[in-house]
Design a protein around this ligand. Structure first.
Ligand code: CTP
Length: 398
């Protein structure tokens, strides 16, 4: 989505990161957007409305009952005016209000009265961000299609460090500008672990939570793609706008994915598919009769390699989870499986499986990019942006 000519309503709420918001206005305007600012009362403790008036070129309404604003543009008109509502910084308080449909000031009333897409750039103390209440509100907002940009990880106010930093103004502008990067593109994603039955009640599996794949599916949908997610058993809700196909075993994953791969423009293999499955699963429960039990395992089919080997393969992206020689191993996989891109995943203490954070480097035939260490949702957005860029370059649209 180009921001040229876009009408952006910027909501500023009361966090210290509000000092960056005038710069955000400038950068949005540099990208060609028309920006109007609405501030909450607490935001006005951090930055004066006059500052935003100067940088946006529009008066800042003082609140729901501002008589001057009502003469200029009343809240319903403002709600209709916006092509996009962006709240930056978004406090825990405004997220809670939006999640529950409150409308007790101008900004929250506008959000409720508008049909424009909503994007939030949260900024708060790390404990507030990770608190179950804020995370439940975030999940609820995301389910309804609200785009959550960040937060980033790094130094926070109060001499602390962790997740909670508002993304830098330029990062917000880039994320918004690329939000339609996959409009009209069919994306097929695999995610989660598989379960390979040993007998009627037992299985072999792995520690994959499915979070990275789900975050990638959500980010692709946010970028405008039509997303199908072939998912192993996980405890995650389906992201807004994504169609999920549930599978259990590697063989199911292979069948359901290959059946859809020909219609996909982009394939992203994020599933942790079992490489081996019991050769002869017992139909009933195995009784403990012998002191030892051997279960013969046989190789499963490689879904990713099979998709990449299709006659007309989609743009194919794989993942490589590595503990050592991350890049070299990933590059070997890129070449042997004939992929367009691979996301190399450092796994180890605090990173990778069952964790909130991840660290990724993407590689393609003649290049690479380090996407840094961040929460999986943030990394997924960066990864999808990179995939969209390489996909367009391959198809000669760049
Ligand atoms: N993959 C797949 N089908 C399989 C196994 C893996 O599609 N049966 C995909 C994964 O979704 C991921 C990539 O292949 O995108 C991982 O590559 P793989 O070579 O399996 O990596 P590892 O499991 O790390 O393998 P190795 O033990 O060889 O390092």
């Amino acid at each position: 989505m180009s921001l040229e000519g876009k009408r952006i309503l910027l909501g500023v709420t009361g966090g210290i990161a509000a000092y960056k918001s005038p710069d955000l206005v400038r950068r949005l305007r540099d990208a060609g957007a028309d920006v109007r600012v609405v501030m909450t009362a607490s935001a006005q403790q951090f930055v004066a409305p006059l500052t935003f008036q100067a940088v946006s070129g529009h008066a800042v309404p003082e609140g729901l009952w501002d008589p001057a604003a009502a003469m200029g543009m009343a809240h319903i008109e403002l709600a209709r005016w916006a092509d996009l509502i962006l709240i930056a910084p978004a406090t825990a308080e405004v997220m809670a209000k939006l999640a529950h449909g409150h409308a007790d000031d101008l900004l929250t009333t506008l959000c409720l009265a508008s049909e424009a897409p909503l994007a939030l750039a949260p900024a708060m103390n790390r404990v507030m961000w990770t608190s179950p209440a804020t995370q439940a509100n975030r999940a609820l907002l995301e389910q309804r299609g609200t785009r959550i940009l960040g937060p980033g990880i790094g130094p926070l106010a109060e001499a602390e460090s962790g997740p909670g930093r508002m993304l830098e103004p330029l990062e917000i502008v880039v994320a918004l500008a690329e939000s339609g990067a996959l409009a009209g593109v069919n994306v097929l994603v695999t995610a989660g672990p598989t379960r390979e039955p040993i007998d009627a009640v037992r299985y072999v599996s792995n520690r994959s939570s499915g979070r990275m794949g789900y975050a990638v599916a959500a980010a692709a949908a946010q970028a405008g793609a039509k997303v199908t997610l072939v998912s192993g058993p996980v405890e995650l809700t389906v992201p807004a706008g994504v169609e999920r196909v549930n599978v259990e075993t590697a063989a199911d994953m292979y069948r359901e994915t290959l059946a859809r791969a020909k219609d996909a423009d982009i394939f992203i293999g994020a599933a942790a598919i079992a490489d081996y499955a019991p050769a002869n699963p017992a139909a009933s429960k195995i009784k403990k009769k012998t002191p030892e039990l051997e279960v013969a395992l046989i190789r499963t089919q490689d879904v990713l390699a099979a998709v990449a080997a299709l006659e007309k393969p989609p743009f194919t992206v794989g993942f490589a989870a590595e503990t050592d020689d991350v890049e070299a191993n990933a590059r070997t996989k890129l070449e042997t499986k004939r992929l367009d891109m691979i996301a190399a995943n450092r796994v180890g203490p605090g990173l990778g499986f069952e964790t909130e954070n991840n660290a990724l480097t993407v590689l393609w035939r003649d290049g690479k990019k380090d996407l840094g260490e961040a929460p999986k949702r943030v990394l997924a957005t960066r990864l999808v942006e990179e995939i969209a860029r390489r996909y367009r370059a391959k198809n000669g649209n760049d």
